[in-house]
Design a protein around this ligand. Structure first.
Ligand code: AMP
Ligand code: FE
Ligand code: FE
Ligand code: ZN
Length: 287
């Protein structure tokens, strides 16, 4: 059993377990530390930390942000953020507001395509997570506009599809700036989703991000091959970045990766968490 899992979602974003449930579940699995890293929100942190204090499980306050990237998908994890930092709270509010606007635009697009759908119906969909495309897909199936949710995505909602509306994203620089202002450490999540097929291109990107404040790389992740882990670990060491790892747990759905599982060598130890903590303490001293 691994000692930590530093990439976990709760019902505050698109996970299935509440923060307190996640903490109890992790405790039951014998983990020593977890990070709660919900998409674009810190709303689950207080509950998670409280439960962690009760059960004596270390809960690192985190967040996962989507950032602009020329290729692929860039997600940035912020660890040890102060959830009361007003700049952080304001920036996350920008994302929430953008999501509301986007949902309205998607309703308009669908209606223009002859799909008679109301935002109130979409909001009432029993899908979990913040209101978004899965809620639209569910509603379209209910109303007979799609055979199933995948069909709704394939014909309308997929990226580039006729009802798709681009999502708001921060530039990496801006995201790392406000994570830093909230006292956090920014770690590049699952680097393979950047779709940088040439190792030297990924290396150049990491160097660029480091120049903008990047402090770590998520080396251990369920979808990373042994070769990828090796390369990411090499890059982290070469550029003095901390190493992170986690399951990206969203809940115990069929075929889902379990909390504390699937992301790397059995011998991963708590020293990795200590290295992140040390890095943060050194930074706090400098500030
Ligand atoms: P949103 O945040 O509103 O863009 O919705 C993102 C969610 O939609 C993802 O977490 C997936 O669950 C789902 N999703 C995105 N693209 C597809 C796709 N092509 N097919 C099926 N589901 C998708
Ligand atoms: Fe997610
Ligand atoms: Fe992610
Ligand atoms: Zn995630």
């Amino acid at each position: 059993m691994r000692a930590f899992d530093l990439h976990i979602h709760t019902t505050a974003s698109d996970g299935i377990m509440s923060p307190a449930e996640v903490v109890r579940y992790a405790k039951g699995k014998g983990l020593r530390a977890i990070a709660i890293t919900d998409h674009d929100t810190i709303e689950g942190l207080q509950e998670g930390i409280q439960e962690g204090n009760k059960l004596e499980l270390e809960v690192i306050p985190g967040v996962e942000l989507s950032a602009d990237s020329l290729k692929g998908t860039m997600h940035l994890l912020g660890y040890y953020i102060d959830p009361t930092c007003s700049e952080l709270v304001d920036k996350l509010m920008v994302v929430q507001r953008a999501r509301v606007e986007r949902n309205l635009k998607m309703v308009e697009k669908l209606r223009a395509l002859g799909i008679n759908i109301e935002l109130s119906e979409v909001k009432a969909a029993p899908e979990h997570g913040q209101i978004g495309r899965p809620h639209f897909a569910y509603t379209m199936v209910q109303k007979g506009y799609a055979h199933n949710m995948q069909d709704a995505f394939d014909r309308y909602l997929r990226k580039g599809g006729p009802a798709y509306v681009e999502k708001f994203k921060f530039t990496p620089q801006e995201a790392m700036d406000f994570i830093g202002k909230a006292g956090g450490i920014t770690v590049l999540a699952h680097p393979f989703t950047l779709n940088q097929l040439q190792p030297k291109d990924l290396e150049a990107l990491i160097v660029e991000l480091k120049g903008q404040g990047l402090e770590g790389i998520e080396v251990y992740y369920p979808e990373h091959s042994e070769g990828q882990r090796k390369f990411y670990r090499y890059l982290a060491q070469k550029y003095g970045l901390v190493i992170s790892g986690g399951s990206d747990f969203h809940g115990l759905a069929k075929d889902a990766v379990d909390l504390g599982e699937g992301y790397g060598d059995r011998e991963l130890t708590y020293s990795l968490v200590e290295a992140i903590k040390t890095r943060r303490e050194q930074r706090v001293k400098v500030l």
